[in-house]
Design a protein around this ligand. Structure first.
Ligand code: AP5
Ligand code: MG
Ligand code: ZN
Length: 221
C-alpha cells in the first residue's frame, strides 16, 4: 500500500507501547525515514562517542538524557537528505522524541512541529510483560519478543542476522524508572498535541495496531 501521509509524524507512547514495532511496519508502507532516538543513542554508545558515553549513564538507570543533548542530536539528524521530501521540506517519523515539553518547544522553534501525532495507548501490565520479554537487534533496532514476536531463527535478527540482546534497561528497576519518567515528563505531551493527536489502542496485536495507524495517517495525509 502506498498512500499520501503527513510529512512530519511523531509516535508517542510509554516505554514498550510498541513505537519501534509499528515504525518498522510503517516504513514498509510509507516513504519516510524512521528516527528512533533510543536507537541513535544505543548506536552512539556502541561507537564509543562522547554523547554515547554520557547518554549511557542516564539510560542504564532508566532516566531521560538531558534536553540539550537530545535537541542537538535531532537537530543535526533532521537536516540530512533522507529527512527531506521531494520538494525539499522536512519529512520524518520520530519515535522517542520529543519526550519533554522543552523538546517539543525545540521542534516548534525550528518550524518542525508535527503534522500528525500517533499516540499508542497501552495498559501498564501489558507494558511490563512486553518489556521484560523483549529482545532487540543491536544491528538494525528491530524489536522481538520471547512470546509475541519470535525471530525465525532463535536469537538471530530476521532482517540483518545480528545476534539479539536483552537491553540493559529492560530489567525491573530501570523499567519502573522509565515508566515514572514517562508519566512525569512525557505524558503532558498528550495534551500539548491534542490538535494533531490520534489515539490508537496499542493493546491489540501488532498487525491490528499497524492497520489502525495506517488508517490514521492516511486520514491525516
Ligand atoms: P527508547 O529506546 O526510545 O525506549 P522507550 O521509549 O522506553 O521505548 P521502547 O523502545 O522501550 O519501546 P517501544 O515503544 O519502541 O516498544 P517496542 O516496539 O520495542 O529510549 C531508551 C532510553 O533512551 C530512554 O529511557 C532515555 O534514557 C533515552 N532517550 C531516548 N530518547 C530520549 C529523549 N527524546 N529524551 C531523553 N532521553 C531519551 O515493543 C516492546 C516489546 O513488545 C517488543 O518485545 C515487541 O516485540 C513487543 N510488542 C510490540 N507491539 C506489540 C503488540 N502489539 N503485541 C504484542 N507485543 C508487542
Ligand atoms: Mg523503541
Ligand atoms: Zn537486525
Amino acid at each position: 500500500m502506498s498512500s499520501s501521509s503527513p510529512n512530519r509524524m511523531i509516535l508517542l507512547g510509554a516505554p514498550g507501547a510498541g513505537k519501534g514495532t509499528v515504525a518498522k511496519g510503517l516504513v514498509d508502507h510509507l516513504q519516510v525515514t524512521h528516527l528512533s532516538t533510543g536507537d541513535m543513542l544505543r548506536a552512539a554508545i556502541k561507537a564509543g562517542t562522547e554523547v554515547g558515553m554520557l547518554a549511557k549513564t542516564f539510560m542504564d538507570r532508566g532516566a531521560l538524557v538531558p534536553d540539550d543533548v537530545m535537541v542537538a542530536l535531532i537537530a543535526e539528524r533532521v537536516g540530512q537528505d533522507d529527512c527531506k521530501a521531494a520538494d525539499g521540506s522536512a519529512k520524518f517519523l520520530l519515535d522517542g522524541f520529543p519526550r519533554t515539553l522543552p523538546q517539543a518547544d525545540a521542534l516548534d522553534d525550528r518550524g518542525l512541529g508535527p503534522d500528525a501525532v500517533i499516540y499508542l495507548k497501552v495498559d501498564v501490565d501489558v507494558i511490563v510483560e512486553r518489556l521484560t520479554g523483549r529482545r532487540s537487534c543491536p544491528g538494525c533496532g528491530a524489536p522481538y519478543h520471547v512470546t509475541f514476536r519470535r525471530p525465525k531463527v532463535d536469537g538471530i535478527c530476521d532482517i540483518c542476522e545480528t545476534a539479539l540482546v536483552h537491553r540493559s534497561d529492560d530489567q525491573e528497576g530501570p523499567i519502573r524508572k522509565r515508566l515514572d519518567a514517562y508519566n512525569g515528563q512525557t505524558a503532558p505531551l498528550v495534551d500539548r498535541y491534542r490538535a494533531q493527536l490520534v489515539a490508537i489502542d496499542g493493546n491489540q496485536s501488532p498487525s491490528d495496531v499497524l492497520k489502525d495507524v495506517l488508517v490514521a495517517v492516511s486520514a491525516a495525509g
